[in-house]
Design a protein around this ligand. Sequence first.
Ligand code: AMP
Length: 568
Amino acid sequence: MSLSFDLNDLEELTLNAKQIQENVLEEILTLNANTEYLRQFLHGSIDKELFKKNVPVVSYDDIKPYIERVANGEPSYVISGKPITRFFLSSGTSGGKPKIFPVNDEFFEDQTFISSLSSSIISKHIKDVEQGKALTFNFVRTQSSTPSGLQVSAGITSYLLSDCFKNRPSNSFTSPDEVTLCPDNKQAMYCHLLCGLVQRDKVVSVAAPFASALVNAITFLENYWKELCSNIRYGHVSEWITDLSCRDAVTNILGGGNSALADLVEEECNTKSWKGIITRLWPKTKSVQSIVTGQYAQYIPMLEFYSNKVSLISPVYASSETMFGVNVNPLCKPQDVSYTFMPNISYFEFLLVDEGDKVEIVDLVDVHIGCYYEALVTNYFGLRRYRMGDILQVTGFYNNAPQFRFVRRKNMVLSISLEATTEEDILKALNHATPILKSSDLLLMGFTSYADISTHPGHYVFYWELKAKNNNEIIKLHNKILVECCCVIEESFNSIYRQLRSKDGYIGALEIRVVQQGTFNSLMEIFISQGASPSQYKTPMCINSSEALEVLDNNVLARFISDRSPPF
Ligand code: AMP
């Protein structure tokens, strides 16, 4: 695959979506017909109809044993005709454990393809954007390895550490690679900002892969702008930037002291309101780029506030399983974003959602506008008809390639940063915490939860309605016991939550708000008045409606906050 892409490729690929998908499936089957996994269903055949008839639709738990065998050192051809050389660590979990997906370096070509296509599309819509630089908050995260010694890391980390990134044809970042690749994320964040401020006149876009990371960067700036200004004024990088290659690279960019620039940045940061801070500090900014759909939509108002309504672009839809597509209409409102699927990356099928017992699976080009689907992925690295767990709605077609709005991640109910906490995770956490209540003779009568991003960092709030075991007894809330409940809940969450909370500080301490008795009844009345069925009413495990949150918050009796970080 050539690694440079332009808008002709977009036309070519979308016009021929059907044929390209056919070719992709044929190639995948030819390469993988003799893998242990496919042999059991196809006996070596590469017939596409047989593939659809015999190969089962699977979820992670179905294929986990095969993936684990390769991770534990068995040959790749258990699942893949081509060698598996690494694993991507996904933000999704299965049974509380992170999912890992087999890949090899060819995945980096897909990542390069999607990001380069997206850049071409954005350049077409925003004049001269390629002439400036991008202040991009990219970070590498912790890596580990499988028992057989293959690397396991997040997709973005792997890409940043790959030769594809190192040898990219053009470099438009304000940060040198030494900053992006600095393993200490706090030092990296500081240096990203310092390099961005020093080159403020060149910055035309401010970006991060996900909206939560951009909001983190602004919060960090709020805490460090004085120190950053002092570094700019004296041309000296703070001593705590101890990563030597990072320090040298940033010192180089900083040059000598620049008190005029330091004064300017100080003046902007010293204002009471940080409205428009992005465009005030980087006045040539033409776009703010990061994913703002799905779980990240909650950050749209904040980013609009900080960026003074400069275009907020949600560029791509991507995952550890496969790249999916690009936003071909980057200047649309964040609420209207759809992604056009690219037919050359994986073979995509679509499972119609909510049709009772009827199972309807269609090809990429056969989806219907308005319908809701879950994508099934057959990729080059061992996934066959794999259920993605994302719910998508078809909004239209670009040539012959469908466009999808990201509706929601199945099962996910709470998220602040990269983690996806499911109903199952919450129930498990409650099962750990409620025995602690017994010691003070309290019963949990109702609960719900909420991801509160009005604090920095955002944190989980659990609303609890408690009752004394003995009727008519007044409830006594013991601080120690309820704080312990907060801690136990956090300890039972998956490792991605615990890392973001403990090591990275991207999630704040969990809070329990105890509400007055009867609050959950009032809540039920609201939902019923809005159309919920009284006979089937269940309190939602997570609440986002402002009306419901108001009822809950108006009835808070006491608040308790976790006082220790969960072990990571
Ligand atoms: P990961 O495998 O950790 O990279 O996470 C992939 C998941 O992130 C996807 O399955 C989606 O649930 C979510 N995601 C990725 N891109 C987007 C997007 N553009 N909008 C909403 N959610 C996204």
